[in-house]
Design a protein around this ligand. Structure first.
Ligand SMILES: NC(=O)C1=CN([C@@H]2O[C@H](COP(=O)(O)OP(=O)(O)OC[C@H]3O[C@@H](n4cnc5c(N)ncnc54)[C@H](OP(=O)(O)O)[C@@H]3O)[C@@H](O)[C@H]2O)C=CC1
Ligand SMILES: [Mg+2]
Length: 340
């Protein structure tokens, strides 16, 4: 069955082509910071720090009423930590995220051991749950905050070697941890997940889990099993969750997603025959799955923030930054073109 599938690979822009020149030197600089503790410690002194409290990022409201993650100057963070009674060593627990276009190293730091309100007051911001912050941040900032949270979570859950049970120690950048007994090196890990927008040529298929907020539907997704290809995982997940056999697959794009413990989302479109659209939903996996028209999807894409409690139920979609939203938007654009 799989050999007869048509797999279409899309030509995707390299991230470097979207940035100004200097990309190569920035990437080499970041790589050096990962390999050289002394350089990384020096970069931390002049870097920008994104603060988290128990994995919730610190957001500040701008003059225009929008939100941005607080990128604090390292020395300011040090002064705040001292004012709140923390010893100077906490700053060194910062984890390297990346380097800005202004060549400034960017770090994240979880100050969960300090009083949340006291830090918020000092920093003139608020720690906001990461899922909620995805609805408040622009496209460019959300991935940075997601990456920071994922790295911090990995460190918090990787303190011991899974082979020896001994403590692991991180390098200064936080790009790896080493077992103090066996020397085994651990790197931050992600689980591959396939996410697919299935279409029958006129409608697209969305599902919801019972844990989703009321009214939210998303593209079908599932973890890849050991030994599976992306295409095999996609066909299996669609068959398991809604009882359909897909006919063709095309790759769209990928994304790191910090939930539940860092997923590497591989986004695809797939089609089924219009004669074979009867759903057989596995209700242990999905609360509901339905076909949606272009009209329904177009109005759902207009919903910018989730409806508040008490407001009438409405179909809404994952935030703009989520790859599910990107796949649904791509489908809607193509569908509009084909119907015009
Ligand atoms: N960025 C985006 O736009 C979207 C992202 N997603 C992400 O995709 C992820 C996967 O989608 P979902 O439909 O839940 O996946 P699945 O359909 O694979 O179902 C999840 C279940 O799979 C089992 N499982 C298998 N391997 C893993 C693993 N490596 N890590 C965790 N659980 C595993 C778990 O079962 P058990 O608990 O029984 O062991 C889990 O409850 C979600 O966690 C979600 O965060 C989903 C939709 C949109
Ligand atoms: Mg699933």
């Amino acid at each position: 069955m799989l050999s007869s599938l048509r797999i279409l690979l899309s030509a995707t822009k390299c991230p470097a082509t979207r940035r100004c020149s200097g990309f190569v030197s920035r990437m080499r600089y970041v790589n050096r910071l990962k390999e050289d503790d002394a350089s990384c410690a020096a970069a931390l002194q002049n870097g920008r720090i994104f603060l988290f409290h128990r994995l919730s990022p610190l957001l500040q409201r701008t003059e225009r009423g929008t939100f941005r993650p607080a990128a604090l100057i390292s020395s300011d963070v040090q002064a705040i930590l001292e004012r709140l009674g923390s010893d100077g060593s906490l700053l060194r627990e910062s984890v390297l995220i990346n380097c800005s276009e202004q060549n400034q190293a960017q770090f994240c730091l979880d100050v969960g051991e300090l009083d949340q309100e006291a830090v918020e007051e000092e920093c003139e911001g608020n720690f906001v749950d990461l899922r909620k912050s995805f609805f408040l941040l622009s496209g460019a900032e959300a991935p940075l905050v997601a990456q920071g949270q994922a790295l911090l979570r990995w460190h918090q859950t990787s303190r011991f070697c899974s082979a020896t049970g001994q403590l692991t120690h991180r390098n200064q950048a936080g790009s790896q941890r080493v077992c103090s007994s066996s020397g085994t090196v651990y790197y931050p890990k992600m689980s591959p997940v396939v996410i697919v927008l299935v279409s029958d040529g006129k409608r697209c298929l969305l599902g919801r889990q019972s844990s989703f907020p009321r009214g939210m539907y998303s593209a079908l997704a599932g973890f890849c099993d050991m030994g599976e290809s992306l295409e095999e995982a996609l066909c299996r997940e669609v068959a398991e969750e809604v009882g359909l056999e897909v006919q063709s697959i095309s790759y769209s794009s990928s994304q790191h997603w910090p939930f539940p413990h860092s997923s590497f989302m591989l986004g695809c479109h797939a089609s089924v025959s219009p004669a074979d659209t009867q759903l057989d939903v596995d209700h242990t996996e999905l609360e509901d799955a339905r076909w949606f028209s272009l009209e329904e999807i177009s109005s759902a894409l207009q919903v910018k923030t989730p409806p508040r409690r008490g407001e009438p139920p409405v179909l809404w979609l994952p935030p703009k930054h989520a790859i599910a939203n990107r796949l649904i938007t791509e489908w809607a654009v193509r569908q509009r073109e084909s119907e015009s």
